[in-house]
Design a protein around this ligand. Structure first.
Ligand SMILES: Cc1ncc(COP(=O)(O)O)c(C=O)c1O
Length: 439
């Protein structure tokens, strides 16, 4: 449909335009290269597809401004960390107040009781633990699952991503892995219930860890009845069901679990849970909590040494942010404009695809949308086969140069409570113009 030479030519034109419009960012990039690996504080910050990254000056609401004074309507929103908008006022205030009253102390803060109650109300699970990142929360949830069940393996869906959790990193591209992941994890397709059952029947699976909608392989929506079947199968075969809500929190207050009545044994959520302050949580049922206490009681060593960390987890700053987020962000009032705005953007994108007679699709889970360059995939392998990296690269650059940020290595858009309908319209117009240029 799109000639690859034209796509490459557009990408080159857009890269040149970006360079011409970003002299200050270019100067920063020169200095950064001297002391940061890959020229950035985190090596994947180069993955925006621009010749060098636009250097952030400020992120407020759903807007980003770079050091060149370019303004962007931000639909990436820190790949979900800023799903409720950048620096939500209630969270920013709570952090500022707490910052002067202690940052880290290894003691439960005075807000811990209120936060535990709030998490239990929000997600419907009675017991909780905090970590710094969703990666850490998944690691801990899996450790507990193995300890409780005395089984070694984790079942995941092919194409999944749950953070840099070594023992389930079946994706290609991992650097320096110390273990043979095939011994600790098994992957089946998202639409393969027979495969799930066969894996569970081995008796080696401690837990099935999954996102209720796959959001890291394009976006793959579940087949009807999947969640009920997974709950039933895991129960029948004595494996724990862990739902990773880190991205599907976009569904509504309490995530996909609340919106669709899932019954996980454990639930993990990070990124936006505390409004963008480093913080993640995992929750579990009373039965799982009793089994965890059983594991702890059977040990003879000191209590602290469980292999689960980390020193800064559950610090007062994160607790303050989480308390503010629970009170002011995880509410129906906050979600109403997110869900309505995302639905409107969804309709506009669908209309654009129809008008341009493109056999693509738009998938959506609440406030989170993704364009796929194919018909709706049913699993991670189909989603990967439908990807067009060169086209995606050109489109991202074109949109970025017109003031619209999409998530790198995704066609993902998030609609925050403070996103503007005008910006969504601008995004659709720019995408239309881009497709017109390539066609
Ligand atoms: C579903 C899911 N879970 C967990 C994580 C890990 O989050 P973090 O990188 O904040 O640890 C990610 C990251 O993209 C994710 O997409």
């Amino acid at each position: 449909m799109f000639e690859s030479r034209r796509v490459a030519a557009l990408a080159a034109e857009e890269a040149a335009r970006f360079t011409a419009e970003h002299p200050v960012s270019a100067a920063h990039a020169g200095r950064l290269a001297a002391h940061w690996l890959n020229g950035v504080p985190m090596h994947w910050m180069r993955d925006w597809g621009t010749p060098f990254p636009p250097i952030l000056r400020e992120a407020t609401g759903a807007q980003i401004t770079d050091v060149d004074g370019c303004r962007y309507a931000d639909f990436c929103l820190g790949d979900t960390g800023a799903m409720f908008g950048h620096s939500p006022p209630a969270v920013a205030q709570a952090v500022a107040l707490q910052a002067a009253r202690g940052l880290t102390a290894m003691l439960p803060g005075e807000r811990a009781a209120e936060v535990g109650e709030g998490l239990a109300r929000l997600f419907g699970l009675p017991f909780w633990q905090m970590t710094q990142t969703a990666t850490d929360a998944n690691r801990a949830a899996l450790r507990w699952a193995r300890a409780i069940t005395r089984r070694a393996q984790t079942l995941v869906f092919r194409g999944c991503y749950h953070g840099t959790v070594d023992e389930i990193m079946l994706r290609p591209g991992g650097i320096g892995t110390a273990i043979d992941v095939r011994a600790s994890a098994l992957a089946v397709e998202f639409d393969d219930l027979a495969g799930v059952e066969a894996a569970l029947r081995t008796g080696d699976i401690a837990a099935l860890l999954y996102e209720p909608v796959m959001t890291n392989a394009g976006m793959v929506l579940p087949q009807p009845g999947l969640h009920v079947a997974l709950r039933d199968l895991t129960r029948r075969h004595g494996a724990l069901l862990i739902v990773d809500e880190t991205h599907t929190l976009s569904s509504g207050p309490g995530g996909y679990t609340r919106a669709h009545g899932l019954e996980p044994d454990l639930l993990v959520c990070g990124k936006a849970i505390a409004g963008g302050v480093p913080c993640a949580v995992y929750g579990f049922t009373a039965e799982v909590e009793a089994r965890m206490r059983g594991v702890l009681a059977a040990r003879h060593e000191e209590h602290g040494h469980t292999g689960m960390g980390t020193t800064l987890a559950a610090n007062p700053l994160a607790l303050a942010a989480l308390a503010a987020a629970l009170a002011s962000l995880h509410t129906p009032e906050t979600y109403a404009p997110m869900l309505a705005g995302a639905a409107a953007l969804d309709a506009k994108l669908q209309a654009l695809l129809a008008r341009r007679r493109l056999d693509w699709h738009v998938a959506r889970v609440g406030a989170r949308l993704e364009i796929g360059y194919d018909k709706r995939p049913r699993n991670g392998t189909q989603a990967a086969a439908g990807m067009l990296p060169a086209l995606e690269h050109a489109v991202h650059l074109y949109l970025l140069n017109r003031g619209c940020l999409l998530t790198p290595f995704h066609n993902m858009m998030l609609y925050s409570p403070v996103s503007a309908a005008d910006d969504a319209e601008r995004l659709v117009v720019a995408l239309d113009a881009c497709l017109g240029e390539i066609a």
